[in-house]
Design a protein around this ligand. Structure first.
Ligand code: MG
Ligand code: MG
Length: 258
């Protein structure tokens, strides 16, 4: 099924793309405050990526799961929106929101992909628990990115972290291989139910994007009427964190960390 393996030189190029992703996400996150719109954030992402001479990977991109092209550079998923949120002019950010930003670039022929969830002002304890669990699941999954480990161990680490914090790992959405293309094999599930019969052994040179998405109330999602935005079925809040990670001789290398 064509798993790509990348040389150290190529991983360096994926890292260059990934660093731009991290910088742009940081710039966008710094501008999140009550009163700004999701579209304002899109404009900042476009400007910041252009400054760095890179191409926004999602703009005009047709992902494997869709037959349409995504019309924006940045995914902005607010509160009950889980992933693939279309940045809208009418979506005004307010105190207490959880704003998930998902961004990817292609730079000199290689891709990077990362996501963060930003709390706006003061958020309650439940939302803090959700953020903590999602971030911790990603950290634990990253630790397992060494040659000889199995994909199922990553899935187990993510799912069991959700259980430990009494939150829910969203079904059907997850991470992916990345490198020359933004979405490559294998699929990296967040939920045990999505783990296929065939496990995959992690090998040196594999590069994967790991992206836990948790919600406060359910594993199930529904599609929004805009054709892109995915929401929790019960309207509960969700969080999303993602890193692009290389499996190297020295262990896991997080490429989207500044
Ligand atoms: Mg992403
Ligand atoms: Mg991704």
């Amino acid at each position: 099924m064509g798993l790509e393996l990348y040389s150290f030189k190529e991983i360096d190029k994926i890292k260059a793309a990934s660093q731009i992703v991290a910088e742009v996400l940081q710039r966008v996150a710094e501008n999140i405050k009550p009163g700004v719109t999701a579209w304002d954030l899109e404009m900042i992402a476009r400007e910041e990526v252009k400054k760095r001479g890179a191409k926004a990977a999602f703009y005009n991109y047709k992902p494997p799961f869709s037959n349409r092209r995504f019309p924006a550079a940045l995914c902005v998923s607010v509160n009950e929106e889980v992933v693939h949120g279309l940045p809208k002019k009418e979506r005004v950010i307010k105190e207490g929101d959880l704003v998930s930003l998902d961004f990817g670039v292609v730079y000199k022929g290689y891709a990077g992909d990362s996501a963060i969830t930003v709390p706006v002002g003061e958020v309650d304890e439940e939302k803090k628990r959700l953020l903590k669990a999602t971030k911790l699941a990603l950290d634990r999954a990253v630790e397992l990115c060494t040659a000889g480990n199995w994909l199922s161990q990553i899935v187990e680490a993510v799912h069991s972290t959700a259980e430990e914090y009494r939150v829910y790992p969203v079904q059907r959405y997850g991470g992916h291989g990345i490198g020359r293309k933004v979405h490559e094999e294998p699929f990296v599930p967040n939920n045990r139910k999505d783990m296929g019969k065939k496990d995959i052994k992690l090998r040196q040179g594999m590069v994967i994007a790991i992206e836990p998405m948790f919600s406060l109330g359910t594993e199930e999602t529904v599609a929004d009427g805009d054709g892109w935005t995915v929401k929790t079925k019960d309207g509960s809040f969700s969080a999303h964190f993602e890193h692009t990670v290389a499996i190297t001789k020295k262990g896991p290398m997080v490429l989207t960390e500044l």
